[in-house]
Design a protein around this ligand. Structure first.
Ligand SMILES: Cc1ncc(COP(=O)(O)O)c(C=O)c1O
Length: 405
């Protein structure tokens, strides 16, 4: 077999570290803060059981048949209405494309907008799955320094002024993966201004916005956009369940047909039966109530993890207190390496994702991401205690090593 015959783009791609690590953490004894998994105990299994039967009984033939690429119209109507209510947009079903998870929306946007050598700006750090999807289209990644208020807009402007082929900007303004941070309204407004000035397309990826533990929602980038340059990616993975693979892209009516063409080539359409089931669920039950339940559980887990971190971490470890979403982000002393720490932690059956993998251009090896949604409070307390112990041992060993002097 001609393994030398792969396309050039394959040289850029390497196995996702998260997936490799998840394999190691599948053992039940591992307390894993590694994945980004919702808690399966919260999946509405009984409701879906009833819905699945109902859909097959009432619309079996349609539910098992091919359907349009754009997606099931009643579902697109509901998504448009929901967005208009919660995110301040003014969409109709024609602005919504149903995708196989929001991950597919990322991929389609990359395919639609990126030529090889184009520049894509992203937060530093950013979501690994997006970096991987975009990488296949051969762009140059420019990381923009990001703090507790969002991207540093002054630096973004400077970077834009010196960049020839600026095209796309990919951001997660609400409870970001991996840091858990959100952007302020002012930063959002400034980003829109810059995008207008430099003719950029913005991808606003928003899987976590509805998982808010406290405070008021901040207007979405798409609601601030007056030029149709923001693509908003949504998903039911974190508010409902990821297994149905139900996501969507909301965009100006000039953009959606282009994405439809690409989706036709990718997979013809999202699963008809998943769309029908989701639509029937939204028709019969109140997703808002389901989200309230999820938020209550995750808020407690966030609190438990924050208390445990305050108790167990050495004083020089900095961590973010997220107001929503699934993650927090740790910065260790600069001489520490989170990959080495992970290897040690796995010996003690505790896992996380080293932060270096979230930087498209590498570096920042002293950072790490912790997920709190998929472990019970008891396991969070135990896992953070183990992490603290291993971290202290590792730090002490480094300090004792002659190389560190
Ligand atoms: C920021 C971000 N975008 C997109 C996705 C993809 O989610 P899905 O394809 O399940 O909608 C994830 C999943 O964790 C994510 O964290």
């Amino acid at each position: 077999m001609a393994f030398s015959r792969f396309a050039k783009r394959m040289d850029q791609l390497k196995a996702s570290e998260i997936r490799e690590i998840l394999k190691l953490t599948e053992r039940p004894e591992v307390i894993s803060f590694a994945g980004g998994l919702p808690d399966p105990e919260l999946f509405p299994i009984r409701e879906l059981q009833l819905i699945a039967v109902k859909v097959l009984e009432e619309h079996g033939k349609e539910a098992l048949q091919y359907a349009t690429t754009e997606g099931y119209r009643p579902l697109r109507d509901k998504i448009a209405l929901r967005m208009n209510r919660t995110l301040g947009t003014a969409w109709t079903a024609d602005n919504i494309l149903i995708t196989s998870g929001s991950q597919q929306g990322i991929d389609l946007a990359g395919k639609a907008f990126l030529d090889e050598g184009d520049v894509i700006f992203c937060e530093s750090p950013s979501y690994l799955g997006a970096i991987q999807a975009f990488r296949a289209y051969g762009p140059e990644f420019v990381e923009v320094p990001t703090d507790h208020e969002g991207m540093d807009i002054v630096q973004l402007r400077e970077l834009l002024q010196t960049t020839q082929r600026a095209k796309l900007i990919y951001v997660i303004p609400d409870f970001q993966n991996p840091t858990g941070r959100s952007w302020t309204l002012a930063r959002r407004q400034e980003l829109i201004k810059l995008a207008n000035e430099f003719d950029l397309v913005i991808i606003e990826d928003n899987p976590y916005g509805e998982l808010r533990f406290e405070g008021e929602p901040i207007p979405s980038l798409q609601s601030l956009d007056t030029e149709g340059r923001v693509l908003h990616l949504g998903t039911f993975s974190k508010t409902f369940c990821p297994g149905l693979r139900m996501g969507w892209t909301a965009a100006d009516s000039a953009i959606i047909p282009k994405l439809v063409l690409l989706k036709q080539g990718a997979d013809l359409q999202a699963s008809t039966i998943s769309q029908r089931q989701l639509d029937a669920y939204l028709e019969t039950y109140d997703l808002g109530e389901q989200i309230v339940k999820i938020v209550e559980v995750y808020r407690k887990r966030r609190d438990t993890m924050m208390e445990a971190l305050r108790r167990e971490m050495p004083a020089d470890v900095r961590f973010n207190i997220p107001s929503g979403g699934l993650f927090t982000w740790l910065e260790l002393a600069p001489e520490l390496n989170a990959r080495d720490l992970l290897v040690r932690c796995l010996d003690h059956n505790v896992a996380f994702v080293p932060g270096g993998s979230f930087y498209p251009n590498g570096g920042h090896e002293n950072t790490l991401r912790l997920n709190y949604s998929n472990m019970t409070e008891e396991r969070i307390i135990e896992g953070i205690a183990r992490l603290g112990k291993v971290l202290r041992e590792y730090t002490a060993e480094l300090q004792a090593s002659p190389l560190s002097i």
